[in-house]
Design a protein around this ligand. Structure first.
Ligand code: GLN
Length: 283
């Protein structure tokens, strides 16, 4: 078995894949139907021919630029496994920053309610739901396929009773009098024209709908900013993921919609990654 996955690793290395060893091991686990430990213990055993064939198929897809998460249909986020389909973005590690901030915001509250706009796999609200048993979430997405996946993930992580999905555009499926302690979103924020310049893994394998933020990449922020204030509790917080360099523009959009306490947060790479916005009453 060891010889098989190391062969794949070497192929990946020659193709310039920098996670060659990790990818090869993950594929061997999937193709051989074994967990990590079994694979290590059976290092010297010979792999069965049908297992080898399965491994080769996975490796070929990787060599054609498909990301591992797409091939195995799953990605870890906040220590939880999220199932993916064609309608969901692969959850990114940077997005865990929003979960971290979300925890700080809803943690002190009693029975907090959150709204996630453009939920995709449901990774953000589901991660938060697993942390607090009195939290409930509504997750909105344009895609019913994404919502199916989000519900599957919520069941898998035993939070489905507190997780509601609604199909539609941004606040359309939210009732006029519904208010939330936290409204969160990792919306599509890539400028339409820049999508062709992204790495193959993203450009060819993530859903366009989840990437395309319109001509200037800011369209979703305008749509969210327009209606967010009407759906926040008096102390409610709006938490948005942004792309590098969008801090100033998004701050401007939110300020024009009445937000007066706006903060831009940076990720570990030092890039602008999120905006936290509130409305404080004039004193
Ligand atoms: N909210 C989902 C995520 O963070 C989807 C984001 C998106 O499709 N832009 O993965």
């Amino acid at each position: 078995m060891g010889a098989a996955w190391r062969g794949v690793r070497d192929l990946f290395r020659r193709a310039g894949i920098d996670t060659a060893e990790l990818d090869a091991r993950i594929f061997a686990e999937v193709a051989f139907g074994m967990d990590r430990l079994t694979l290590v213990n059976r290092e010297r055993d010979l792999a069965a021919p049908d297992h080898l064939k399965a491994l080769e198929k996975l490796a070929q897809r990787r060599l054609r630029g498909e990301p591992v998460a797409r091939i195995i249909g799953e990605r870890g986020f906040w220590g939880l496994a999220f199932r993916l389909n064609d309608a969901t973005l692969v959850p990114r590690p940077e997005t865990e920053m929003l979960v971290q901030r979300g925890l700080e915001i809803v943690g002190p509250l009693d029975h907090p309610k959150i709204l996630d706009l453009g939920t995709g796999s449901g990774c953000i609200p589901i991660a938060l739901l697993t942390e607090f048993s009195d939290l409930s979430a509504i997750a909105v997405d344009l895609s019913s396929e994404a919502l199916d996946m989000a519900r599957f993930n919520a069941s898998r992580h035993s939070v489905i009773e507190r997780f509601e999905t609604r199909q539609g555009s941004w606040f359309d499926p939210v009732k006029p009098d519904e208010r939330f302690d936290l409204i969160v979103s990792n919306p599509p924020y890539i400028e339409s024209a820049a999508i062709e310049t992204l790495m193959v893994e993203v450009r060819d394998h993530d859903p366009r709908l989840a990437l395309d933020g319109g001509p200037d990449g800011l369209r979703p922020y305008r749509a969210i900013a327009r209606d967010a204030a009407a759906h926040l509790t008096p102390d409610g917080v709006l938490l948005l993921e942004i792309g590098t360099g969008q801090g100033k523009d998004v701050t401007g959009i939110l300020a024009a919609s009445g937000f007066n306490r706006i903060e831009v947060g940076h990720d570990l790479g030092g890039h602008e990654r999120m905006v936290v916005a509130r409305i404080e009453p004039a004193s």
